[in-house]
Design a protein around this ligand. Structure first.
Ligand code: SF4
Length: 178
């Protein structure tokens, strides 16, 4: 009987996959980004839409929105960052474990947007390092998904083992110097 080639077939696909540990770890990392939703204004509504069934962020492995910084690795800043909120935003970012990333969602988070006022920070990159900027006021949910895919590409190009080895060597050097 002829077997279908649609779907997984171990005879067609083979039982062995060759890769490097670094490539595998980067792939795991890139496809399990857990966001820390930092909804500060209207852009947060679009951020919520991304989690709903129509856009379904879980297709990208990022549906686990954590409201605890210790369980999140990607801060999504959605909305206007005032000087008053910049302080706690930075504190939450500092509490997130390494490695961590930031997406600035919308004109306000990226540049201050239309608010050239004494109360508004002119871009969240004044307090935290931003990996991907999303334009628009507000950006559509698809734009955020596009940013997430760009971040995934960036993460998958970052070596994991090399960085761990470099950190380990740095620790050793500091131990010797102390
Ligand atoms: S970019 Fe537009 S939609 Fe987003 S927070 Fe600013 S004013 Fe609101």
């Amino acid at each position: 009987m002829q077997t279908s080639e649609i779907g997984y077939n171990s005879k067609v696909e083979g039982d062995v996959v060759l890769t490097t540990v670094d490539a595998a770890l980067s792939w795991f990392r890139a496809n399990s980004v857990w966001p820390m939703p930092m909804g500060l204004a209207c852009c947060a509504i679009e951020l919520m839409a991304v989690g709903a069934s129509r856009f379904d962020i879980s297709r990208f492995g990022s549906e686990v929105m954590r409201f605890s910084p210790r369980q999140a690795d990607c801060m999504i800043v959605a909305g206007t960052v005032t000087y008053k909120s910049a302080g706690f935003l930075k504190r939450i970012y500092d509490q997130m474990p390494e490695p961590k990333w930031v997406i600035a969602m919308g004109a306000c988070a990226s540049t201050g947007g239309m608010y050239r006022s004494y109360a508004v920070l002119q871009g969240v990159d004044n307090v935290v390092p931003v990996d991907v900027y999303v334009g628009g006021c507000p950006p559509r949910p698809e734009a955020l998904l596009d940013a997430l895919m760009k971040l995934q590409k960036k993460i998958s190009q970052q070596p994991v083992l090399q960085n761990i080895t470099a950190l380990h060597l740095l620790d050793k050097k500091e131990e010797v110097a102390a």
